[in-house]
Write a protein that binds this ligand. Sequence first.
Ligand SMILES: [Zn+2]
Length: 145
Amino acid sequence: MISPEASSDHARRTMRANPGKNTGPELTLRRLLREAGFSGYRLHWAVASARPDIAYPGRKIALFVNGCFWHQCPHCHPARPKANAAFWESKFEATMARDSRQYEELRSAGWRVLVVWECDLRDHPESVVARLTNAISGVDGGKCA
Ligand SMILES: [Zn+2]
């Protein structure tokens, strides 16, 4: 059983130093990908204005690791703050608009976009790895996630 909480002190320092980059879930996913034998990824690879968290440029596969709160996860529906509702609403909308713009840019450049949600990675790491393994090794026929 893999514990997504097993992030090191170094990882926590990195998170504080780079807010929004190298988040806990992203580090977890990178470790799982390495363990599954897919270590040839690039971090924050640029495609137009998109910066997928993890990219396999040779296979044109882009992975985004989305925090449920910031990206307003459609699976676990995180609660939105009640105070300053309008502020948060516009913040979430901007994040989601940026997400869709990046996914579209990648897809129109011939990339495949896979989104990994924080809750899924935390609760079902083995199914996340299975899905990514199929996608990266191309056995599922190239469907979009
Ligand atoms: Zn979620």
